[in-house]
Design a protein around this ligand. Structure first.
Ligand SMILES: *Cc1c(COP(=O)(O)O)cnc(C)c1O
Length: 227
């Protein structure tokens, strides 16, 4: 398993749980936050170690990489797609992920809807918000979110569960605060229960601002050879 070690992953997870626990106690009294293991570049046999540590939620970024590893994953794996998703690739993942977190256009939502309906299922989705307005990031602009949610909510086979974001690295606090506002603005109207934000470098801040899922790669498995 190359540079990966079960002991290191276990220790990393212990620290992450401790930090999340502290942030919860400090800012959110009796609430909770799920930990997602982000698996890009991590071999399937290493990913499978996390199930022994009580994690079940996996985040996948790349369709091809996911397809090459999926069959080796433990049966317990609950996989969310979190990377940029091209409309023509939805068909490859629609039947093996439980949520698509990276929906940022009506066109993508329509394709998810079409395929979900033809499989007689309902796909949970999050709308990805480009909270920092960065050219390099995917996601819907904050002022277009309301319109997109309204359009998606009329589609069959798609259930809006909440919002996801990757903030600019330098201003996590401001961005997370703005996401918390957006989430509380739309939560009741769309019966949302999921706010996915926070990665290795900023998950404790994300918890402070109400994150319900933190997505952690490097902090759990160690540094990647590519991003
Ligand atoms: C890679 C990635 C993460 C995890 O990033 P780390 O800094 O390694 O924790 C989280 N979310 C998305 C969408 C990612 O692509």
């Amino acid at each position: 398993m190359d540079n990966y070690s079960f002991e290191a992953i276990r220790e990393n997870l212990r620290v992450i749980r401790e930090n999340i626990g502290e942030a919860l106690v400090k800012y959110r009294s009796s609430d909770s936050t799920d930990i997602m293991a982000v698996t890009k570049t991590v071999p399937a046999e290493v990913v499978n170690l996390v199930f022994e540590l009580g994690l079940e939620l996996l985040g996948e970024n790349r369709v091809q990489e996911y397809l090459s590893k999926a069959e080796f994953y433990d049966k317990k794996a609950d996989v969310h797609f979190i990377g940029h998703l091209q409309t023509n690739k939805v068909k490859y993942i629609i039947n093996s992920v439980s949520m698509i977190q990276s929906v940022d256009s009506l066109k993508l939502a329509q394709e998810i809807s079409r395929l979900a309906v033809s499989s007689s299922k309902v796909m949970d989705i999050l709308c990805e918000v480009n909270i920092g307005g960065e050219d390099s990031k995917n996601g819907v602009a904050p002022d277009e979110l309301g319109g997109l949610l309204e359009q998606i909510s009329s589609l069959e086979g798609v259930r809006i569960r909440g919002l996801m974001t990757i903030p600019p690295p330098s201003d996590s606090d401001i961005s997370f605060g703005r996401m918390q506002e957006l989430y509380s603005r739309f939560r009741d109207e769309y019966s949302m229960d999921t706010l996915s934000m926070g990665m290795t470098h900023d998950y404790a801040q994300a918890v402070k601002y109400g994150s319900t899922i933190v997505r952690i790669g490097t902090g759990l498995f160690g540094a990647r050879s590519y991003k």
